[in-house]
Structure formats: structure tokens, C-alpha cells
Design a protein around this ligand. Structure first.
Ligand code: NDP
Ligand code: MG
Length: 385
């Protein structure tokens, strides 16, 4: 009998985490959710633990520990608390694959721990590669760990590259939905509110990535994510707006051929692919009728309206800790926008000013990233008025 693969889901209560559990529930003969973690959503974590019976759960917010511990008493499920417990729990020798579905910088330390322990990584937390892509790539080179992308665009690149010689790649073409403000004139963006930005046309996601989609920072981050995942320089990654979100991305080869991967805009597809690798997991759901999508359109992104795109390319070109600064400033600015403390256009202003202010480090070590993240957050706060 085939043994089940033990899956750790970091951020099981979030959008990607919940959809990963859907896939585990669909293929119970293949997978077991052995570790679930959340930040503060204790009620949902308890519900998930009672249903999926993991060996262990971690609640990062220590104030919610007693509640989770009491609810799971007598079940045999171990309950841990605190951020450090997440990085400690992922190295358990029973765990095969770690799905990194936490949001933001918080994914960095546990991902590093999982790589060092030789785990397979199904990477949703793109910020890890944005912050410290060079460090992570170096660690991967000297470990038995492998990274499978969960992000739909990177899953598309991965699929297009199967069987291809990487030397034959001339360009990665990264598709973007354009977000909720694709057709909104620049002069109206100053007054849009969080509720407007949270209304994404095609994807139902967590709040932070939904705001990043509205500013197109998400696409800038995905360009940097692609650079590290596939070893392609930023000037060979082109962003193209494709409002229907059916073509998940494309690869152009040296002979002019372009391969694309298509599918419905539903994260269950790339999650299923990443968990299934090297196999494809059959399903009756999520099949699309191409004829229903008679019109697929593509247009160039507006770098004036979405300045964070240009800032992402600048950070990618500079390397070092530049993208770490951009990520930290963006996290501070997005949180401030969600609180209604700054306007939509201020997000890019905060990021740009922070990037100009925080000292550049050419070849950062881990501690440099930690310090850069803290310093950039402190500086970014000074630009929130
Ligand atoms: P959500 O906000 O929906 O979920 C985030 C999860 O991480 C929750 O379980 C949350 O716990 C937990 N979490 C948040 N902050 C911390 C922290 N500081 N320490 C520990 N755990 C924390 O996010 P998404 O699922 O939308 O996104 C997760 C990642 O996947 C992001 O990096 C995003 O960019 C990426 N991604 C998401 C896509 C999507 O469709 N949603 C698509 C492609 C990539 P709690 O519930 O307790 O707050
Ligand atoms: Mg994506």
C-alpha cells in the first residue's frame, strides 16, 4: 500500500491554507495534514484540527494558546504557541512537504528551517523569495530540498518548462489581471478606499495580496519570485496585462515559440499541481470549456499609474537587500492603507521613500535581512502621516 505523504500547512486558516486542505480532503488516500499553523484564528484552527487530525498545531499568537489547548485536550493533538514554534515544528522528520501559505515576511524563518531540513516546499509565500531570494537559492543549492511553486503564474512557468532546456528560454511572459483599478483613471486613484481595492475581479484572496494586486506590487513581487525560481534575469521577464486570467503565464523560447498554460482562475489548480508533482492528480472539477472564453486580450501595463512595478524592476536590478526594503515598506504601507491611515497612492510613495532612505547592502547575510526588515519598517512608519 502506498504511504501517505505528510503535509505541513503554514497558515492553514488563510485563503491558500484552506484551499490546500480542500485538496487534502479530495485525496485522503495520498495526503495527511500533519501540521497546521495559524496566527490568531483559533476557532478555525480548532475546527480544522478536529477534522483533519494533525499530529501538531501551532498558534503563533500566544494569547490564543489556552483556548486551542483546551479545545483539543484529549485528542492527542499537540498544541504549540509562538512564532518560533512554527520554525521548530516544520523540521519534524515525518513531514514530507511544507506548504508556505503564511503572509509576508513571517514566512522567511520557517521556510529557511524547512529547506535546511530537506523538506519539499510548496511555495505560496512569495515574499520569502522577494526578501531573500539569493540566500534561499544558495540554501537550496546545498540541500536536498526542492521548491514547487504554488503561485499560479509560476506554476504556469513550471509547466511550460517541463522537458525544456533552460538555455533555450528567451523570455518569461508574466500575466497580470490588472486588478480592480485597471481601467480607473489615475486621478481617481487618490480617493479609492480599502473596500474598493479589496474587490478583486478574478481572484478571491487574503487582504494583503489583494491590495498588492490593486497596486500591482504583487506582479512586481512575482517578477522577482520568477527571477529566483527559474534563474531568469529581470530584463528577460515581461509583464503583460491579461484581464481574463485564463492564460496563467507564458514562456518564449529562442526559436520564437511561445508556450502558455491555461486554466480557470482558481487556486485549487496550481495547489493540486504542486502537491501532486511529479504526478498529475485527476479531478472531475475545474475543467474549462475554451469556447466559453472566446476573447482573450493582452495589453502592456501602465507603469505611470502603477509605479510599484517600476520600483520592483529597480530593486531586482540593484539586488542585495533592495527588494527586502521594498517588501518591508510595502507591508507597513498596505497595513496603513487597510486602516485608512494613508491613501492608495501613498503606498508607492512610502515604498519609494523608504527604498531611498535605508542603506543598501550588496551581499546580505541572514542577519542583514533581519536588520534591513526592521530598519525599513521603522523608516516606512515615519512616512505614514
Ligand atoms: P491570508 O491572509 O488569507 O492567510 C494568511 C495565513 O497566514 C493565515 O493562516 C494567517 O493566520 C497566517 N499568518 C498571517 N500572519 C502571520 C504571522 N505573522 N505569523 C504566522 N502566521 C501568520 O493570505 P493568503 O492565503 O491570501 O496568502 C498567503 C500567501 O500566499 C501570501 O504570501 C500570498 O502572497 C500568497 N499567494 C496567495 C494567493 C491567493 O490566492 N490567496 C495566490 C498566490 C500567492 P490567521 O488566519 O490566524 O490570521
Ligand atoms: Mg500570482
Amino acid at each position: 500500500m502506498e504511504t501517505k505523504r505528510n503535509i505541513a500547512i503554514l497558515g492553514s486558516t488563510g485563503s491558500i491554507g484552506r484551499q490546500t486542505l480542500d485538496i487534502i480532503a479530495e485525496y485522503t488516500h495520498l495526503f495527511h495534514a500533519s501540521l497546521l499553523t495559524a496566527h490568531s484564528s483559533a476557532e478555525l484552527l480548532i475546527e480544522q484540527a478536529l477534522r483533519f487530525k494533525p499530529q501538531r498545531v501551532v498558534i503563533a499568537n500566544e494569547q490564543r494558546y489556552d483556548m486551542v489547548k483546551e479545545a483539543l485536550a484529549g485528542t492527542g493533538i499537540e498544541v504549540l504557541a509562538g512564532h518560533e514554534a512554527i520554525a521548530q515544528a516544520v523540521v519534524d522528520h515525518d513531514i514530507d512537504t511544507v506548504v508556505t501559505a503564511m503572509v509576508g515576511y513571517s514566512g522567511l524563518a520557517p521556510t529557511i528551517a524547512a529547506i535546511k531540513a530537506g523538506k519539499k516546499i510548496a511555495l505560496a509565500n512569495k515574499e520569502t523569495l522577494v526578501v531573500a531570494g539569493e540566500l534561499i537559492t544558495g540554501l537550496l543549492a546545498s540541500s536536498s530540498s526542492v521548491v514547487y511553486p504554488v503561485d499560479s503564474e509560476h506554476g504556469a512557468f513550471y509547466q511550460c518548462l517541463v522537458g525544456e532546456d533552460r538555455n533555450n528560454v528567451s523570455k518569461l511572459i508574466l500575466t497580470a489581471s490588472g486588478g480592480p483599478f485597471r481601467t480607473t483613471p489615475l486621478n481617481r486613484l487618490a480617493t479609492v478606499k480599502a473596500a474598493d481595492a479589496l474587490r478583486h475581479p478574478n481572484w478571491d484572496m487574503g487582504a494583503k495580496i489583494t491590495i498588492d494586486s490593486a497596486t500591482m506590487m504583487n506582479k512586481g513581487f512575482e517578477m522577482i519570485e520568477a527571477k529566483w525560481l527559474f534563474g531568469v534575469s529581470h530584463d528577460h521577464i515581461e509583464i503583460v496585462v491579461h484581464p481574463q486570467s485564463i492564460v496563467h503565464s507564458m514562456v518564449e523560447f529562442v526559436d520564437g515559440s511561445v508556450k502558455a498554460q491555461l486554466g480557470l482562475p482558481d487556486m485549487h489548480l496550481p495547489i493540486r499541481y504542486a502537491l501532486g508533482l511529479p504526478a498529475r492528480l485527476a479531478t472531475d472539477n475545474y475543467h474549462m470549456s475554451v469556447a466559453d472564453y472566446a476573447t482573450l486580450t493582452f495589453e502592456r501595463p501602465d507603469f505611470d499609474k502603477f509605479p510599484l512595478l517600476g520600483i520592483a524592476y529597480e530593486a531586482a536590478a540593484r539586488g542585495g537587500n533592495a527588494a527586502c526594503i521594498v517588501n518591508a515598506a510595502n507591508e507597513v504601507a498596505v497595513a496603513a492603507f487597510l486602516r485608512d491611515d494613508i491613501g492608495f497612492l501613498d503606498i508607492a510613495r512610502v515604498v519609494e521613500n523608504t527604498l531611498a532612505r535605508v542603506p543598501f547592502i550588496d551581499s546580505p547575510c541572514y542577519d542583514d535581512y533581519v536588520n534591513t526588515n526592521e530598519e525599513a519598517r521603522r523608516v516606512a512608519e515615519t512616512f505614514i502621516n
